[in-house]
Each structure stands twice: as structure tokens, then as C-alpha cells.
Design a protein around this ligand. Sequence first.
Ligand SMILES: [Zn+2]
Length: 150
Amino acid sequence: MSTLEIKDVRSTAQAKLPATAAQALWRGFRGRCPACGEGRMFRAFLKVADQCPRCGEELHHHRADDFPAYLVIVIVGHILVPIILVVETEIAPAIWVSMTLWPSLALVMTLGLLQPIKGAVVAIQWYGGMHGFEDAKKARALAATAAVTD
Ligand SMILES: [Zn+2]
């Protein structure tokens, strides 16, 4: 491979890297690899793939642990509790409506948010070079420096 081709590959890889933490977070929220934005981050509902199937970025370093679940509880609670308070005081639906509507809504919102929030947490850890992502962040910084000096 000639020097010119190596530069092209490097600049293509750099161009796909997220420019900001918000962009990395959005990629993770959509369940995509934070590095390339194309490969799927999850190999199952909440199982993060060991590496991106598209660009090969290692993702197994993440330490999301219970944090996504805590965030989902906070978000769902802050959305649902005011709605429940207003509906229960203003409309006061039949008890069977309350007993089926609120738990169902909480379940749907929780299941709908868990994967996107976990993806966002993993992406932020990747972007910030947290835990085992330190080496990947150093390599990105080194490649960016090399691209600028070329
Ligand atoms: Zn990727």
C-alpha cells in the first residue's frame, strides 16, 4: 500500500469519528458504534457486542453496570409521576383503569428506554476514555495528531 493510500484510510477513519461528546452519545442512543456510527452496538437486547461488526472498535471495556437502569428510573419517574398526579386529581378514572394504565405505561417506557440509555452510557464512556477505553482514546488522539502533522 502506498503512502497516499495509507493517508486516505486514516483520514476516512478520522472523518467518521464523532466530533463531539453529544454526537457520540447520540450514536450510542441509537444503538450504533460510537466510533463509526454504523455498526450495531448490541448483540442482544442489553448485551453489548465485544467489538463493532463494522469497524472493529472494541466495546467490551464498558462498565455501564446498573447506571442505565438508575437513569431510566429517574427519567420514567419524572415523566410519569406528574402525569399520574394530574390525571388522578383532575379526571379520577376508575380504579381498574389506574391499576392497568400506569403499570403498563411504566413497563413500556422502561423497556423502550433501557437499550438507548445503555447505548448512550457506553458511548460516553468510550468518548471519555473511561475504564478500559483509555488506550482507544489515546490511539485516536495520536492518529488525529499524525493526520494534522502529515
Ligand atoms: Zn464501529
